[in-house]
Write a protein that binds this ligand. Structure first.
Ligand code: KIV
Ligand code: NA
Length: 262
């Protein structure tokens, strides 16, 4: 049976966790969904792990649509979320155009990076049958404005702003939120205060779901892994086992541990 937005809403209501992994092609998408992972994110992290870029800024809508089509062919029933790439939410018109392309490529939901200002786009997308996940906290497309990949919401003022933005976006009709590199306490508070499912990465075990970049959790991304990454390949021994171990660890709340949080 396919996972839908309702499946994930029900998980939150029942206090059960859900797992998300990125995928960018058909073979890996099939393994991820067959391992029981609830949702697949076609992330613009493909700029880093597929293209070898130093950020997600160069990734285009055409490339996102191509990888979304590839993933859709391999997917076996996981919910498919696709990233709206750099500048795709700059205007409502651009958000509509980008989301149309990604939905027609096979996505079930789009993810937009931003904050409270996404409300207008989310409202119009919603009315047109496109559920939106709003990605807050560390938004990698804004790396140049943020001055690096840093934890967000560390001081009281920015924490309050993020909490209020979460409420605003829920009000605007966001289907889900994603928190990246947000302190554990703030992540847990936001998750508790909104009724919509919240996905965490570098956030908190209290979040309703967790996501990791596939290459990171398989231990094949070059360089020193981020604090929030766990290598599931090391124990599992093979790729299918790593995906299944990740799914289990998210659902029994053994991942993320304290050492993966800020
Ligand atoms: O592009 C991506 O993989 C993402 C996750 C890191 C959340 O946006
Ligand atoms: Na992304």
């Amino acid at each position: 049976m396919s996972v839908t937005i309702r499946t994930l809403q029900k998980r939150k209501q029942d206090g059960e966790k859900f797992s998300v992994l990125t995928a960018y092609d058909a073979c890996f998408a099939q393994l991820v969904s067959e391992a029981g992972v609830d949702a697949i994110l076609v992330g613009d992290s493909l700029g880093n792990v597929i293209q070898g870029q130093t950020s997600t800024v160069p990734v285009t809508l055409e490339q996102m649509a191509y990888h979304t089509e590839c993933v859709a062919r391999g997917n076996r029933g996981s919910l498919m979320i696709a990233d709206v790439p750099f500048m795709g939410a700059a205007t409502v018109e651009r958000a509509l155009e980008a989301s149309t392309a990604l939905m027609q490529a096979g996505a079930n939901m789009v993810k937009l990076e931003g904050s409270a200002w996404l409300a207008d786009s989310i409202d119009i997308l919603n009315r047109n049958g496109i559920p939106v996940c709003a990605h807050m906290g560390l938004t990698p497309q804004a790396v140049n404005a943020l001055g690096g990949y840093r934890v967000q919401g560390k001081d009281d003022a920015s924490a309050l702003e993020m909490l209020e933005a979460a409420r605003t976006l829920e009000q605007a009709g966001a289907a889900m939120l994603l928190l990246e590199c947000v302190p554990r306490e703030l992540s847990a508070r936001i998750t508790a205060e909104v009724a919509i499912p919240v996905i965490g990465i570098g956030a908190a075990p209290e979040c309703d779901g967790q996501v990791l970049v596939m290459h990171d959790m398989l231990g094949i991304s070059p360089g020193k892994p981020a604090r929030f990454v766990k290598n599931f390949m090391a124990e599992a021994g093979d790729i299918r086992g790593a995906f299944a171990a990740y799914d289990k660890a998210v659902k029994d709340v053994s991942f993320p541990a304290d050492e993966h949080c800020f």
